[in-house]
Design a protein around this ligand. Structure first.
Ligand SMILES: CN1CCC[C@H](Cn2ccc3ccc(-c4n[nH]c(N)c4C#N)cc32)C1
Length: 243
């Protein structure tokens, strides 16, 4: 998978080259390129924004600059293998399911807005020619799209084959079975008078699996009852329903 990010703050994306993601790049599992939007300006001030039509606070990012940048980064859009992703608080929710869907994309191109966002005609133009996703990482307002791109790239790349050391990690994620993960423990056996639940030291794998499922169901019911309500009817067996 190739990932391109267009932004006016390239250094915001430096974490993409650290740790797990950095190792995935070094191992050739992904390619990452970060582009400075101002490279496609032609004026001395390198202007990327202008006042909003209709008035209102703040500035809007200019379509001309974005068009030149995205044409250059995406290349010919006919039969393009790329998806264009535009982070915005006004987007569809970014979910684990969407992260899984994107793992099949050959290319992801992220357009990071700032100010009050990108002129809508940029999305409208490219949506006529290729898949475009306007996506939000949550119901709160950030200052720009860069942090959202870091979140989405990490969520997608960790699902790619070979990226995680243990493939079970992704398979047993929160949300992978519709439930939140239960609690995790490691040594010492007792910490500040708090013991590890004995079942986890029993060696009885069936009992451990049942205990973990019960804790996941309890946690989901307490913190995210909406996820329980969204489960398909056959997702919970009789033992689950007894929790
Ligand atoms: C007051 N205005 C309102 C419109 C957006 C302005 C800041 N901004 C400019 C570009 C941009 C991109 C994403 C996000 C964003 N915020 N929250 C999320 N979940 C996001 C996501 N993905 C925010 C952004 C601030």
């Amino acid at each position: 998978m190739r990932i391109d990010v267009v932004t006016i703050f390239p250094s915001y994306l430096a974490p993409l080259r650290e740790a797990l993601l950095g190792r995935a790049i070094d191992r050739g599992l992904i390619e990452v390129a970060v582009h400075d939007l101002r490279d496609w300006t032609h004026d001395v001030h390198q202007a990327v924004d202008d006042s909003p039509y209709g008035g209102g606070p703040g500035m809007v990012m200019k379509p001309q600059v974005w068009g030149e940048a995205l044409d250059s980064v995406i290349g010919p859009v006919i039969d393009s293998p790329a998806r264009l992703v535009v982070p915005t608080p006004a987007g569809r929710p970014f979910t684990q399911q969407l992260a899984h869907e994107w793992t099949s994309a050959e290319r992801l191109v992220f357009a990071c807005g700032r100010y009050e966002g990108i002129d809508q005609r940029v999305v409208d133009h490219y949506a006529q020619r290729m898949p475009v996703d306007e996506v939000s990482i949550g119901d709160y307002v950030l200052v720009g799209g860069e942090v959202a791109v870091l979140v989405m790239v990490e969520a997608v790349v960790r699902l790619l084959p070979g990226v995680l050391g243990n493939p079970r990690s992704a398979a047993e994620d929160s949300f992978s079975d519709g439930l939140l993960e239960g609690p995790a423990y490691t040594r010492p056996e007792v910490w500040r008078d708090l013991p590890v639940p004995p079942v986890l030291r029993s060696g009885d794998h069936a009992a451990v699996d049942r205990w973990r499922r019960d804790r996941a169901l309890e946690r989901t019911a307490r913190l995210r009852p909406d996820l329980l309500a969204a489960l398909p009817p056959d997702a919970l067996d009789e033992a689950d329903r007894a929790v």
